[in-house]
Structures are given as structure tokens and as C-alpha cells.
Design a binder for this molecule. Sequence first.
Ligand code: 6PG
Length: 224
Amino acid sequence: MPVILQYPDRALLMRDLAEMVADQLIEALETQESATLVVPGGTTPGPIFDSLCAVDLDWSRVRVMLTDERWVPETSERSNTRLLRERLLVNHAAAATYVPLYADAETPEEKLPELSEALSQLMPISVMLLGMGTDMHTASIFPGADQLDLALHGNENLVAMRAPGAPEPRITLSAKVLKSAISRHIVIVGAEKREALEKARHLSPEEAPVTAILNGSIIHWAER
Ligand code: 6PG
């Protein structure tokens, strides 16, 4: 069973979680040369990034990657990299090394080998944040996706996906990699996502991919 931490509101959640992530990065850097932080895109985590980037830790030894990326160039409003460049890789965190999950090519499949190699250099993952959709997807592991089986049960670290719930092709860390993170936090806001999470617990990973990574995760929830 995952631990569920409930917060009075979203602002407190974002602030406390940023503090927790910073502490875990500092702790990792005490015993390791470098630490790896993996974060989601989407609409939820922006305020966490705003707090986190202002923490004065040794960001020059932190490598940052996304849990998943939309296959669009950085100039697109839908680019998760763009969100990171605007809200996380600034202030003190500008010193971090960003390892993108996108490269200039028509399809994610063309760049999969090189991106997958770059990801393997970042292991182990010290701290991971994840979001969840109301359809119970996490990262870009969507119910009904064309490579769902591979992403949930395969040995690959990275999977290119197309899914009914996603307007563009995606590239996503596989469940195997998501599960390997030393600390894993799932961030959800709102009653609808909480209901989806409760429902997910009784479903299979094929129906509710988030269940694949619930064990050992800390869930952070605020109603509004
Ligand atoms: C993405 C994300 C994705 C996200 C969820 C929740 O690229 O969309 O990485 O996994 O975390 O879809 O998205 P919201 O925070 O926008 O609800």
C-alpha cells in the first residue's frame, strides 16, 4: 500500500514537496558524486519547480530528466522540456545538467537508441516525481497505448508510444525504470484524481497503468 500524504491545499503541497525533494537530493549528494532527479511535465508541477530551483544546493552535480516527453520541438507550448527550461532549470538549478528525452526527428523511434543510451548513464535515479491523469496514466504509459505491454512488462528502459489519450507521439520511461527510483513521489490535486486513484487500486496495470508503480511510492494529495 502506498503512503498517502494529504495537504490542506495545493500551495502547501507544492512547497513541502519541493523541500522534501531538495532534502533527498542533498542526502544523495552526501554519498554520491552526482544525483539524478526525474520529473513530469503537464500542468501540475510548475509551482514545485518554482520552489525547488530556488534551493541553494550543489546543482552542478544534479542531472535532470523528464519521466516522459511529448514528441514536439521545444518551441511548442506542449513541450515538457520548455516547461522545465522556464520553471526548473533557472535560478540555482540553472547549474544542473539537463538530459532531454527529445531530439530533432520526425518520430521518437528514430532517436530511441541514443536517448535510451543517455538514460542508462543516469541510473540509478535518486528522486522521481510523477503525475497522474484522470484516465490513470502515469508518465506516458496510457491505457490503450500501442506499446502498453512493452512499457509495463518489457526490459527496455524507454518506450515510444501512441495513445488515444495523447494528441502527439510520446516517449516514456518504462515501468521497470519508474519502479527503480530510490525515492518516488506521485503528485495529484483534486477530487477527480483522488477518485481515479482509489478506483485504480482495484484494476490491472493494463486498465490503470499507475498501479504498476504504486507500491513504494508516496502519494501527495490536496483537494484544491
Ligand atoms: C505529460 C506528463 C504526464 C502528466 C499527467 C498529469 O507529459 O503530460 O508527464 O504524465 O504528469 O498527464 O498531467 P497534469 O498535471 O497536466 O494533470
